[in-house]
Design a protein around this ligand. Sequence first.
Ligand SMILES: NC(=O)c1ccc[n+]([C@@H]2O[C@H](COP(=O)([O-])OP(=O)(O)OC[C@H]3O[C@@H](n4cnc5c(N)ncnc54)[C@H](OP(=O)(O)O)[C@@H]3O)[C@@H](O)[C@H]2O)c1
Length: 247
Amino acid sequence: MSGIFTYHNFSLQDTPYLEGQVAVVTGGQAGIGKEITAQLLLHGIEKVIVVARDENKFKTAYDEWRVRKGIELTQDDSRVTFVKCDLGDIEDVYAAAKKIKEQTEYIHILICNAANILFAKELTRRLQEDDDPGAKKVYVNSFSPGNVVTQQWQGWSEHLGRVVGVVIRGLGRWLGQSVEEGAATAVYLATSPEVSERGIRGGYFVPIAKGEEPTRLARDGDLAREVWDWIDDRVAQMLGENWQSGK
Ligand SMILES: NC(=O)c1ccc[n+]([C@@H]2O[C@H](COP(=O)([O-])OP(=O)(O)OC[C@H]3O[C@@H](n4cnc5c(N)ncnc54)[C@H](OP(=O)(O)O)[C@@H]3O)[C@@H](O)[C@H]2O)c1
């Protein structure tokens, strides 16, 4: 049993058919990301590019997706591919971006399974102020998956001992969200027509698909700009001032 107290504003069954769309999902081969990838495949997406470090985890996930009812994947199906990347290493991220560009001309859906509310807020502001009319058609939002017992929760045993870890995971399974419920808010934000119809931008969502005010710190526009500039500086130091030109 899980999710007994979970509010529902969206069901995975409401996911629209995603024919012709291309998605990139970071960490899309384990935990909540693996379920997000599965849902996109179940709803007819043309291609999902999974970005993560461990290709063996991807192969294991691939075997699971193949036998899951409703997902039709062949042995080496190009509908789902793996790009190896450590997101903590900016040069690796740059190389991965180039590999993604080789695989697709468009990205319709980008799910950063480990993103930052402030970054999403500042990106939204920049897109809204951009002269390119295409920028106004990009919707950036943040989500919390809730409390989903995944590999990460093994950490409780490492910090507090095996018995306490087992108890916490047991409570999490009972009171928290299932992996499908954890994936649902991301799938809603990435696919629901409601997002563009209602002009949902720079928002923060909790399970399932419920808009919520984040903390005061996470709403701080000045801090969001500082975070953006700090990241931009670090990237420029590593890749050179003209890194955005892609040369
Ligand atoms: N589970 C929860 O209760 C919970 C609650 C709140 C927020 N979250 C957030 O939701 C996200 C997914 O959580 P989860 O529970 O599904 O975690 P998980 O089961 O540990 O999976 C994490 C995924 O991220 C990838 N990853 C981790 N570090 C990476 C790196 N440096 N570069 C590239 N990929 C990396 C992992 O693949 P590789 O190891 O192959 O790289 C894996 O696919 C995380 O950002 C987590 O903080 C989770």
